[in-house]
Design a protein around this ligand. Structure first.
Ligand SMILES: Nc1ncnc2c1ncn2[C@@H]1O[C@@H]2COP(=O)(O)O[C@H]3[C@@H](O)[C@H](n4cnc5c(N)ncnc54)O[C@@H]3COP(=O)(O)O[C@H]2[C@H]1O
Ligand SMILES: Nc1ncnc2c1ncn2[C@@H]1O[C@@H]2COP(=O)(O)O[C@H]3[C@@H](O)[C@H](n4cnc5c(N)ncnc54)O[C@@H]3COP(=O)(O)O[C@H]2[C@H]1O
Lengths: 141, 141
């Protein structure tokens, strides 16, 4: 496989599909989100709305940063905070029909990229781990 | 550059050196560690001893998991917990004289790898971002 052909491989086969991706819903509170993050062990996960459209990304770091008080970490405020107000909204996404080259470009600066269709429906994620596994196969050939 | 030569490039030029790496010390409490993690924005950082030797890795997920009580998240316990008891001790490391190939192998399953010398002195880290940037250069040539 030439590098040119390798970069043109569709990302479709490398996507971790939506049903395997831990996420939270718009309207969920920060305590629920922190529990999901801690229990699944992921440092950042997508936030979706009822129609399964991508709305943002939420991380435990963002949640803790939000409740860092002057005296102590204000954990009592967690049930009152919505993920909507904490999550990162301007996020990189990749269209499901894109090629490996675009995925690689975006994964240089992001641990994972959310995959969407024309309706912004969340279809899954593309991760650095999957990309690195493919690069390894390519280099070892 | 052939893939064979590329895989044999020494990791030395890609290491983020120790003085640029956020870390905590053995004996620090979990509250201090959580503050460092939240303020620097990193999800996981190394734990070093007074001689700058690598002792483990600590993440905000590990800290929160430790204080997840039945009723509520027990943040009041944070000052009493030491990073020594929470951190991950069996961690992948890479020797400073290693080549790119070894770095790539380890970074498939780890977001970053700590670089050490023969005395287990912490010298810096090798990250997925740096490796991906190099792979991009290699593929685009
Ligand atoms: N339960 C687990 N089993 C095996 N390995 C695990 C794991 N949790 C974490 N890792 C390893 O740690 C890396 C960083 O995970 P992190 O949660 O910070 O960062 C993750 C997380 O934010 C997100 N992610 C990955 N899989 C996910 C999923 N199923 N649901 C939600 N988010 C996911 O994508 C980022 C990059 O993932 P990537 O696989 O490249 O890289 C993962 C993977 O190599
Ligand atoms: N302040 C910042 N400025 C720019 N980009 C940032 C950033 N904080 C995070 N990122 C981006 O997010 C990725 C994941 O960061 P994370 O903290 O989960 O995971 C990080 C963190 O656990 C550790 N790490 C990286 N640089 C570090 C440093 N200077 N000190 C301590 N730990 C570091 O290595 C992991 C992988 O780092 P990598 O660079 O491959 O990947 C980073 C980078 O692409």
């Amino acid at each position: 496989v030439s590098s040119k052909d390798f970069l043109q491989i569709p990302i479709l086969e490398f996507i971790i599909s939506a049903e395997k991706v831990a996420h939270v819903q718009l309207g969920n509170n920060a305590e629920h989100a922190l529990l999901v993050l801690t229990k699944t062990g992921y440092s950042s996960i997508p936030v979706l709305d009822v129609k399964y459209r991508l709305q943002g990304l939420i991380s435990s770091q963002q949640i803790t940063d939000e409740i860092l008080g002057l005296e102590h970490i204000e954990y009592e405020r967690l049930p009152d905070l919505k993920v909507d107000d904490i999550m990162k909204k301007d996020i990189a996404v990749i269209h499901v029909d894109e090629k490996f080259q675009k995925g690689l470009d975006l994964l240089v600066d992001n641990p994972y990229i959310c995959v969407v269709d024309d309706e912004k429906t969340f279809l899954g994620i593309l991760t650095r781990r999957v990309i690195l596994k493919q690069m390894k196969k390519y280099l070892y050939q």
